[in-house]
Design a protein around this ligand. Sequence first.
Ligand SMILES: CC(=O)[C@@H](O)[C@H](O)COP(=O)(O)O
Ligand SMILES: NCC(=O)COP(=O)(O)O
Length: 232
Amino acid sequence: MIRLGVNIDHVATLRNARGGTFPDPVAAADLAIASGADGITAHLREDRRHIRDADMPRLRALSAPLNFEMAATDEMVRIACELRPHACCLVPESRQEVTTEGGLDVVGQREALTPRIVRLKEAGIRVSLFIDPDTRQIETAAALGAPVVELHTGAYALGGGHELERLQKAAETAAACGLELHAGHGLTYDNVEAIAALKGVAELNIGHFLIGQAIFDGLGPAVQRMKRLINS
Ligand SMILES: CC(=O)[C@@H](O)[C@H](O)COP(=O)(O)O
Ligand SMILES: NCC(=O)COP(=O)(O)O
């Protein structure tokens, strides 16, 4: 059974549009869990453009595991070690980006990442690295002691010609390295099944599409349909 992690960032985008408390991303997360989500993903960005600090302990208190997406900064490591979520997923960040544009460069940032991964693991947090489907990135992630890699599916979602083959090769490499395989970014009803078919994939994290589709279907039915699709 492939786990579905529902990323609720963009419920917070809508909430913040008026500076109030509605819609509450925590209430949305609770509904997603009741509808079949196996976990909740929330990205506390450095610029707090959507998820805010006060959301995190309320999300942590829900009945499903929290996957805290974060940049590999001292600030976020401190917050994570205080919060102690089930998991942290280290992602690249820049203020200028509309959304996460690529994977974390674990090869180039090996020295800076090592102590931060150690600290998170010492806090009992499952560490995942959000990377491009690249052999060297996957092998380096394993060498850094991360038990999980999450493959960035954004290029595939945008229609990259050979991206599915890259992802299929990356899944083989992750399995050979003994890594747990996750994937996410830009996944929809129409493109998710090929990603769910990747060798050994254990979890898919899906947000923007589900929150948008909830406008038309309702969040519960959207989560239920996506859960069926990834396990069909
Ligand atoms: C890492 C990733 O692909 C997403 O989970 C990330 O949260 C995207 O950033 P936004 O949610 O701000 O679009
Ligand atoms: N790590 C991917 C994620 O959490 C959701 O990405 P998206 O579905 O919002 O593009």
